[in-house]
Design a binder for this molecule. Structure first.
Ligand code: KG4
Ligand code: ZN
Length: 385
């Protein structure tokens, strides 16, 4: 199977190309290309992702990234037959009705590419920002039309969930031999959830946030402390020099008896704490607040994962999503699982695979997914399970 994968759900535009051999889950996966263009700099002045800007930037980035990915994979070849005046033009025009800029970029470059041999085009259909998702979906539809390749719609969160299971084997990747049930803690800018997997492709949300996602709380607290977007890595860096225990922040829902999370109150607690302190905040104050906030998040995330593990009899754990890049969370979760569930592995994403990327979308497509003939549409609130 050779797959072209497209991801545009938030503020990273990404295209990957993979090739697999064998039958799922015993696959050998070769990464032929893995490209990504982050818009973080562009959204920085707004302190968060600005949907209309995200849409515009995805539209600008997709055609250059496609060319880059095809060249990286050594699949780029100029065609001798020109398709600009192709009868498909009206259909393309309809697909790109709301993306005129992408339509011109598409017409300028894509028709001269010799149609590459892909078995499927995988594209993120949700969850995420709908204007952003639509750009990737329409791009996938257009490629599917002119190259006659089926499309596989992908749930972004399934990508986050499966990426940590990838292990390297020589030049290839493969899925780790996994014992079920699996409990996955998915933590990103839009999600905080515990997902129980009783087998491949079987997902049940057994716990989730009632308000903000933990990544969103990191971003908002960073803003309170005057740190740039995205706040997660900034808070983590600052927290390293902070003194633990100087400030005491709440552990929301720690003893709620269920697997629900809540991070909005914690963010407000940081806001009140900052209001009480003399201004301007010293570097020491900011570092100590960052440390107190990170410790509060980590403690709740670890405790709920252990609780979920106990309730579900989990034999394998996964930590996925952008916040899985957080070293303190990884370390604390690994040692808690080691002592409470001896022998049960914890899989965490490899380099570049925690935050959004297209490789995880390609990998999700390889996990028993079928192409669809139905009309794809952006699904901002799509849910696993
Ligand atoms: O998965 P992701 O790239 O995008 C979404 O699907 O939302 O996650 C992005 C989130 C952001 O909120 C960012 O601040 C957070 O992940 N993040 C981190 C770290 N790196 C990224 N949070 C805490 N510590 C980090 N090192
Ligand atoms: Zn994500």
């Amino acid at each position: 199977m050779r797959i072209l994968a497209i991801e545009t759900s938030c503020d990273e535009t990404a295209i990957a190309i993979v090739e697999s051999e064998g039958a799922f889950p015993a696959l050998r996966i070769r990464v032929l290309a893995n490209t990504l263009l982050s818009q973080a700099e562009i959204h920085r002045p707004y302190g968060g992702v600005f949907p209309a800007l995200a849409k515009r930037e995805h539209a600008k980035a997709l055609v250059p990234l496609l060319t880059q990915a095809l060249k990286e994979a050594k699949l780029w070849k100029k065609t001798s037959r020109h398709v600009i005046e192709h009868p498909m033009r009206p259909a393309l025009q309809e697909i790109f009705e709301r993306e005129p800029e992408l339509f011109s970029a598409f017409l300028a470059d894509v028709p001269e590419i010799d149609p590459p041999a892909f078995d499927a085009i995988a594209v993120t259909e949700g969850p995420g920002l709908e204007p952003a998702l639509w750009v990737g979906i329409n791009f996938a539809k257009a490629l599917s039309l002119i190259w006659n390749i089926p499309v596989i719609p992908i749930d972004h969160m399934e990508g986050h969930l499966l990426a940590p299971l990838l292990e390297t084997e020589g030049e290839s990747l493969r899925f780790a031999a996994t014992e079920f049930p699996v409990l996955a803690l998915l933590v990103s800018g839009g999600h905080t959830e515990l997902i129980l997997m009783k087998g491949w492709g079987s997902y049940e949300v057994i716990g989730e946030t009632r308000d903000d996602a933990v990544g969103e709380a990191f971003d908002k607290v960073a803003r309170i402390l005057g740190l740039p977007y995205p706040g997660g890595p900034e808070i983590a860096r600052l927290a390293e020099t902070g003194t633990p225990g100087r400030f005491d922040l709440p552990r929301p829902m720690l003893r709620s008896g269920d697997l629900a999370f809540s991070f909005a109150g914690l963010k407000t607690a940081v806001l009140y704490l900052v209001e009480r302190l003399p201004k301007p905040l010293s570097d020491g104050d900011r570092a100590d607040i960052a440390r107190a906030f990170e410790d509060a998040c980590v403690e709740v995330l670890v405790a709920k994962t252990l609780e979920g593990g106990g309730k579900s009899g989990a034999r394998t754990f996964i930590l996925g999503g952008g916040v899985a890049a957080n070293v303190r969370l990884r370390t604390a979760l690994a040692s808690a699982i080691e002592s409470e569930f001896p022998g049960a592995p914890l899989y965490t994403p490899g380099k570049g695979l925690a935050t959004d990327n297209a490789l995880m979308i390609a990998v999700a497509a390889l996990a028993n997914k079928r192409a669809t003939k139905r009309e794809l549409r952006a699904q901002g609130n799509m849910r696993l399970g």
